[in-house]
Design a protein around this ligand. Structure first.
Ligand code: GLU
Length: 491
């Protein structure tokens, strides 16, 4: 039987990295086994549905490189793939459960349910639907139930959880999990507005969409026994279940769900590479081999094994993501990086530059930053002449001969041809040796004049990329405009 798995988000907000991890593990499992990866939108809680959320989820997963085989945006033989478009199916299936005595009608008003909960609180018992104390098919005469239904009284359908037995299932990651049915609630399956709840829709869809493996977060473990009972009541074969470990902050607190902290779109906006984020997320709960951390998507697919996913919670460590992203920044082809830098340049309001120049700038600076757009901050001087100079720094290297040396150096640099790091270095070295000083005495001021900063890549390499005319222009301008100001301050 071919593997069919689904990612089944509720469109209640942005896709966060927990969702990305679930989607990714489903994707890796499907691709590893040559199976199908399906998107199903679980929008039965209409009040919590956020406009645009479906589009955001689809766009973010596409950005991450996870393509679906079936789903609302690509179609497929088991659609529709949006639960709010499948209401008729759920109603029919609930009928089956009602006929078999596996479900029943209940007519309690919200106030009655609240009073029941208050009684339970007062008595110190766990909140649970009181099947034999409320108004439903168990407690009302048959004729009364029919009358209420015929009248159109608000009614829900609840699951008749068996009273005295255990419910077990085997989790691929965690082994056998057993609970007592008496600890399960008579869950609402169909609401009075005709919408199913998560439990009913989820089981019905997994069955009719022929899902073979349910791979989802650990927070769904408590729901699974209810699903098992539904499969049994329907007489359907169960999928295999695999519950993925929790995600925690480095201090072991529950991962925040605040936008900005965990939203995939924010990682994209901050300039993380999809490859790096996918690599990072893939290792939240699983590692193909102990001795490596950088894996491409095909490598992840090739080695994915559901059985080897950890049970222990996984720590989401942003420093590690930064480290990974930096690895990709060093690895990815310069042509691609240059193309990706262009929109960032535009956004920063910098002039347009040829891709060839951008490639050289990236090659020069990529080992010094973790995210591509940081190049625009760290290396702003590669795109616009320095606007501020770190005067304090220049003061440290100040000496009375400096103005004269800089003037002479300007002339010497004019003769360097071709303007390569090597030739620039040779010229500057012999220039400074002839004056009995150290290289630092000239290189530090030069860096400040050309870049405005005290740190950066190799100075001669930086000059080569900036180009002769730009270097001379900046040096000249400094001597004309800034130096007199500085001298006045120092004297
Ligand atoms: N709609 C659920 C969610 O939002 C799906 C859980 C499941 O995969 O069964 O996570």
């Amino acid at each position: 039987m071919s593997v069919r798995v689904r990612f089944a988000p509720s469109p209640t907000g942005f896709l966060h990295i927990g969702g990305l991890r679930t989607a990714l593990y489903n994707y890796l499992f499907a691709r590893h086994h040559g199976g199908q990866f399906i998107l199903r939108i679980e929008d039965t809680d209409q009040e919590r549905t956020v406009p645009g959320a479906v589009e955001n989820i689809i766009e973010m997963l596409r950005w991450a490189g996870l393509e679906f085989d079936e789903g609302p945006h690509v179609g497929g033989p088991y659609g529709p793939y949006v639960q709010s478009q499948r209401l008729e199916l759920y109603r029919q299936q609930v009928q089956v459960l009602l006929e078999r005595g596996a479900a029943y009608y209940a007519f309690d008003t919200p106030e009655e349910l609240e009073r029941m909960r208050a009684r339970q609180r007062a008595a110190g018992v766990a909140p649970k639907y009181d099947r034999f104390g409320m108004r439903n098919s168990f407690t009302l005469p048959e004729g009364e139930v029919q009358r209420l239904l015929a009248e159109g009284a608000p009614a829900v359908v609840r699951m008749a959880v068996p009273l005295d037995r255990t419910v077990s299932f085997t989790d691929v990651i965690r082994g056998v999990i057993t609970v007592n049915a008496r600890d399960l609630d008579d869950q609402v399956l169909l609401k009075s507005d005709g919408f199913p709840t998560y439990h009913l829709a989820n089981v019905v869809d997994d069955h009719f969409m022929r899902i073979t493996h349910v791979i989802r977060g650990e927070e769904w473990i408590p729901s699974t026994p209810k699903h098992v009972l539904l499969y049994e009541a329907f007489g359907w074969e169960m999928p295999q279940f695999a519950h993925l470990p929790l995600l925690l902050n480095p201090d072991r607190s529950k991962l925040s769900k605040r936008h900005g902290d965990v939203a995939v779109e924010d990682f994209r906006r901050q300039g993380y590479f999809p490859e790096a984020l996918v690599n990072f997320v893939a290792l939240l709960g699983w590692n193909p081999t102990a001795d490596r951390e950088i894996f491409s998507l095909p490598e992840l697919i090739a080695s994915f094994e559901l059985e080897r996913v950890n049970r222990a919670a996984a720590i989401v460590d942003r420093n590690k993501l930064d480290w990974m992203n930096a690895q990709y920044l060093r690895m990815l082809p310069l042509e691609r990086l240059a193309r990706e830098l262009q929109p960032w340049l535009r956004e920063a309001g910098y002039p347009e530059y040829p891709l060839e120049y951008l490639q050289r700038v990236i090659a020069l600076l990529r080992e010094r930053v973790t995210r591509l757009p940081e190049i625009l901050i760290f290396g702003d001087y590669m795109f616009v002449p320095p606007r501020h100079y770190d005067w304090e720094y220049l003061r440290k290297y100040w000496r009375p001969e400096l103005p004269e040396w800089l003037q002479q150096l300007l002339g010497e640099l004019e003769d360097v041809e071709p303007f390569t790091a090597e030739l620039i270095g040779q010229r500057v070295r012999s220039f400074i040796e002839a004056r009995g000083a150290t290289l630092r005495a000239i290189v530090h001021p030069l860096r400040l004049i050309l870049t405005g900063k005290s740190v950066g890549a190799g100075m001669f390499e930086t000059m080569e990329v900036l180009g002769k005319s730009e270097c001379l222009r900046r040096l000249h301008k400094f001597l004309q405009e800034q130096l007199p100001v500085l001298q006045a301050q120092l004297e």
